[in-house]
Each structure stands twice: as C-alpha cells, then as structure tokens.
Write a protein that binds this ligand. Structure first.
Ligand code: NAD
Length: 313
C-alpha cells in the first residue's frame, strides 16, 4: 500500500523530477497541469526515464520501475489532485501572480494537516504566502536541477510558518533521499543562489579585468574547487587545509580580507565582457537547441557517475 498522497501542481521539468522522487519511496503521486498534454507528456517521459534508470542500475528505492510508475497518476482536476494530500508541491512557472493564484486555490482545498510547498527558485515566501488561511503550513522547498542527481533541497519558512512544518518537511525530504537544508528566515536568493552569484561575480570580474580567459575561469572550478566541493563545503575545506579551523583563520584570515577588499563593484553582465564570455561558450557549445541538448546529456551522464560514486562511499 502507498505511504500517502502527494499532489504536484505543474508537470514540467521540476514537477516530473519531484514525481519520480516521491514515487521512488512509495508515495502515491497525483500530477496536475493546466495543459492536459503536459500531464500525458510527463507520464510518458517519466515511464521512459524509470525504465532507463532501472536498466542502468540507478533506480532509486526498493520498488521496480513498473511499481513506481504505478504510483503516479495524471489528474485533470486541481482539487482532486490536492484533496487528502499530506504534501502538495507547486511547480508552475516562476511568476509571482501565477504562484499567488495557485496558492489561494490550494488554501481553499487544504485541510489542517497538509503542507503547502512551492518549488520557487527566487520568490520570497512572504511574497507568495502572506494572508493565506493556512500560512502556518506554507513553505518553500527549492530543489536543484536535475533533482534526481543533485539532492539539495533548500527549505525556507514564511515568518509565520510553524516549526513543526519545517521539521516535517525536512524529515520528508530525507526520507525520499534528498539532502535538505533549512534557512532560519527568508533572504533574497536563498543560500544556493547567494553563493552561486558570488562565484559568478568574481568569475566575471576576472574576465572583465583581462586577467583570464572564460575557458580558464571555468577550469578553476571544474578542475580545482569543484573537485573538493563535490564532497565537502568551503568550511570543511578550511578546517582540513590547516590544523583545524582556528589555525586556518590564523594563517589565512588577513590574506582573505586583503584579497576580498580588491573584489570591486557588482558587474553589469553586459558590454565587451558579455561578448567575450558568449563567444567562448558558443565556441564550446553553440546556442542551438540540438547542441545544448547534447551537452546537457553529457552533463547528466557526469552527474550520474558522481551520484554512483557517492552512493558507493
Ligand atoms: P516548466 O516550464 O518546465 O514547467 C511548468 C509547468 O507548469 C508547465 O507544464 C505548465 O504547463 C504548467 N502550468 C502553467 N500554469 C499552470 C497553472 N495555472 N496550473 C497548473 N500548471 C500550470 O518549469 P520548471 O522548470 O519545471 O519550473 C517550475 C518551478 O520550479 C519554477 O518556480 C522554477 O523557478 C522552479 N525551479 C526550476 C529549476 C530549473 O532548473 N528548471 C530548478 C529549481 C526550481
């Protein structure tokens, strides 16, 4: 018997990813979309993905691909998709007005036990959930693409979200094999994008200031920092690179401050620097749908390999 029901609103890239994750650990999943053809497309695509994963020995959970697929159903009615669900995950396009509309619909069908969760990448919970009857049960659960291989989920509360809802969602994310992190309060960009944008800004400055080529900047991450960061965070890197954290700060604290003071203003991401970066990236992978799809396949194969390696450790 299924563990319980999860409703997914929006059957695009992220909705499909969530559906597979929940079904892999035995939840009954109802997929809804405003476009019925998106739901049938999602079901076909999920079926194929599950079979491929099974063949490659990468299927998550203990159920077979068929059993997992059997837990996922398409739904042409919003209320039917959500009613009785213990968790509803919204995955519609990144548009505040649309998300507000979806959550007011959800507010009307929710009982006092449902978690109302948004996949938004960068809209603050206070913007989406304020004023809802069930605001205490609302949360942002921001996944990383593709969620099947990149397990991080950022959990962000509305100022009125109950701690028990944060705890329950964190436990659910762990149960389905993801790696949840909790923000204690909302902040623009959440955590992942704040850190990512810091890296992008400095990468851009190194190019803009004529220090390095775009290709070499990417190599600094892919062959250098990224190798460590696939397994540990920057703080643990510090701890291990000296005789512990305090020794690292004693040795390198002043240097970090000196270098950081030379970072300069926020780049405007336009002009000659943009032309330079675009030329380098297009030379490597033309900005055509075919070339991008092929390179994404390459990326996903690398991420699969990494997931395999990490699950062996
Ligand atoms: P997508 O465009 O692939 O899918 C969105 C789906 O929502 C479509 O199938 C669309 O038909 C459907 N939809 C539109 N209006 C609807 C409505 N009123 N009711 C029900 N369904 C509706 O988008 P996506 O990439 O899956 O992104 C969904 C959300 O996840 C966004 O908030 C995005 O910011 C977030 N997110 C995306 C990524 C990513 O890398 N793609 C990563 C993390 C979070």
């Amino acid at each position: 018997a299924a563990k319980g029901k999860v409703g997914i609103i929006g059957s695009g890239l992220i909705g499909r990813g969530w559906a597979m994750l929940f079904a892999a650990s035995g939840y009954e999943v109802c997929l809804f979309d405003i476009l019925p053809e998106q739901v049938s497309g999602a079901l076909d695509n999920i079926k194929m993905c599950l079979q491929d994963l099974q063949k490659a020995g990468l299927l998550r959970g203990s159920l077979t691909a068929d059993e997992q697929f059997g837990l996922i159903s398409g739904c042409s009615d919003f209320n039917a998709a959500c009613q009785g669900a213990l968790h509803v995950q919204e995955c519609v396009p990144e548009n505040l007005e649309l998300k507000k509309k979806i959550f007011s619909q959800l507010d009307a069908v929710a009982d006092d036990n449902m978690v109302l969760s948004s996949s938004t990448s960068c809209i603050l919970p206070s913007k989406i959930f304020s004023g809802l009857k069930h605001v205490k049960q609302c949360i942002v659960a921001h996944p990383v693409n593709p969620p099947y291989y990149v397990p991080l989920v950022e959990l962000i509360p509305h100022p009125e979200t109950e701690q028990s809802i944060m705890d329950r969602t964190r436990a659910l994310m762990k149960e389905i094999g993801q790696s949840p992190v909790s923000l204690k309060k909302e902040v623009d960009g959440f955590a992942l994008n704040r850190i990512q944008y810091a890296i992008i800004a400095e990468s851009w400055r190194l190019i803009q200031d004529g220090v390095m080529s775009p290709e070499d900047v990417d190599t600094v991450m892919s062959a250098g920092l990224g190798r460590r960061y696939a397994f540990m965070g920057p703080l643990e890197v510090m701890h291990l690179n000296a005789e512990g954290m305090k020794s690292y700060v004693e040795r390198y604290g002043e240097t970090m401050q000196r270098v950081l003071s030379t970072f300069g203003p926020i780049p405007d991401f336009s002009g000659p620097a943009l032309e330079t970066v675009d030329a380098a990236m297009t030379n490597q992978t033309p900005s055509t749908p075919e070339a991008l799809t092929e390179r994404r396949r390459w990326r996903d194969a690398r991420l699969t390999g990494l997931a395999r390696l990490q699950s062996d450790m």
